[in-house]
Design a protein around this ligand. Sequence first.
Ligand code: ATP
Length: 181
Amino acid sequence: MIGFFGGSFDPIHYGHLKTARAIKKELALSQLFLMPCKAPVHKDALQFSNKQRLEMLNLALIEFNDLKIDTREIDRQTPSYTIDTLKHIKEDYPNKKIFLIIGQDSFNTLETWKDYQQFGDYAQPVILPRTADTQKIHTGIFFSKTPLVDISSTQIRNKIRNQQDLSGLLPENIIEYIHKL
Ligand code: ATP
């Protein structure tokens, strides 16, 4: 059983990393891949470049060496739909049970994702909680019991802009990397 956890990771933080580690344990996955998305084409959509986001993911894996990176989306020429990514993953791992890890806020917009009704044909969606609010019950969807980590990339980008302390929000080697940019 393997899992894929997609995101912009702009930048990656302990909210991603700690919940990824926890869900890998919770589901007893043999591998969990962080899968950074390709930046949207219009400029300024993301703070960090594709190269920088990938470099920060690699730095994160020095501490979180139980996690892996899948670069299939960020390596593409153009952004891709999740459904197409899932089809390719299924082709690459035909005999594995595949989990698609989605944060609760992303899940709340799922109905706007192309062909989301077909996701279950390729992977089992698993939802990570982000707030303590009661969640809607959806059949066929697994809600993770991983503890909440109240950190977001938006919060980190705001702190960088205001030159505030980033300690405890993301690994120290990434903080050093950001300060050197
Ligand atoms: P932003 O603040 O820019 O929206 P983000 O912190 O939500 O970014 P993303 O890279 O957009 O980070 O998130 C990738 C995935 O990780 C999404 O499914 C999101 O819901 C989930 N996620 C992000 N932060 C957390 C967190 N603290 N706990 C659980 N899931 C998270």
